[in-house]
Design a protein around this ligand. Structure first.
Ligand SMILES: [Zn+2]
Length: 174
C-alpha cells in the first residue's frame, strides 16, 4: 500500500471521494493507508479488508472484460445513465468482495471466527449515493456474495434499476 497519489490512471480522486482506486491501465490497486486509517480507524482490519476485497473485485471485472463492456455502455451516455452503470459496476465489485469473504471463512482470515463476517458488515458504512449505490445496497450486495453467492447471483447488470438505486450517503470508497 503506497501513499503516492499518482497512478497510471491519473491522480487519485480526493480523499473525501474515494479511499482507493483500482487502475485498469496497469492492474494496480491504490489504497493509501492514511486514507483507510482516517476513514475507518487505525486498527480497523475488517474495514481495510473490505476495501481491499472491493478493489480486487474491480480487478476481476477488468480481467473478465466487464470494464470494457461498461466502457461501451458509457460512450454517449447521459449523466444519469453514467451513474447507473457506475453503480452496477461498484455493487458487483462489492458482491465479489462478499464472495471472497465467503471463501475466506475457513482460512487464516477466519482465525477470529467472525473476521470475514465483520468485514462484510463493514459495507454497511459505505459509500456515495451516485457512485456506489448507498450503504444499504452495498450491504445487500456484499451479503448476496457472502451467503454462498455465485458469479451469476452477483450479476448486477441484469437486475432492475431499483436493485441498484441510490440511498443515503456515508463513507466513500473507490
Ligand atoms: Zn469501487
Amino acid at each position: 500500500m503506497s501513499e503516492t497519489t499518482d497512478t497510471a490512471c491519473g491522480p487519485l480522486p480526493p480523499a473525501d471521494r474515494a479511499l482507493g482506486l483500482y487502475c485498469d491501465a496497469d492492474h494496480t490497486i491504490h489504497l493509501p493507508y492514511s486514507r483507510l486509517a482516517e476513514s475507518a480507524g487505525e486498527a480497523n482490519e475488517p474495514a481495510f479488508l473490505a476495501t481491499l476485497a472491493h478493489e480486487y473485485g474491480h480487478h476481476v471485472q477488468a480481467l473478465t472484460g466487464v470494464f470494457t463492456e461498461a466502457g461501451h455502455a458509457l460512450s454517449d451516455a447521459t449523466v444519469s445513465r453514467e451513474n447507473e452503470v457506475g453503480r452496477r459496476l461498484e455493487l458487483q465489485a462489492t458482491c465479489f468482495a462478499g464472495m471472497f469473504f465467503d471463501a475466506a471463512r475457513d482460512t487464516g482470515l477466519g482465525d477470529r471466527a467472525s473476521g470475514p463476517a465483520v468485514a462484510v458488515q463493514d459495507f454497511a458504512h459505505w459509500s456515495g449515493v451516485e457512485s456506489h449505490g448507498g450503504t444499504q445496497l452495498q450491504q445487500r450486495w456484499a451479503t448476496i456474495g457472502f451467503d454462498g453467492g455465485s458469479l451469476a447471483e452477483c450479476d448486477t447488470w441484469n437486475v432492475p434499476a431499483a436493485d441498484i438505486g441510490g440511498a443515503e450517503q456515508d463513507r466513500g470508497s473507490g
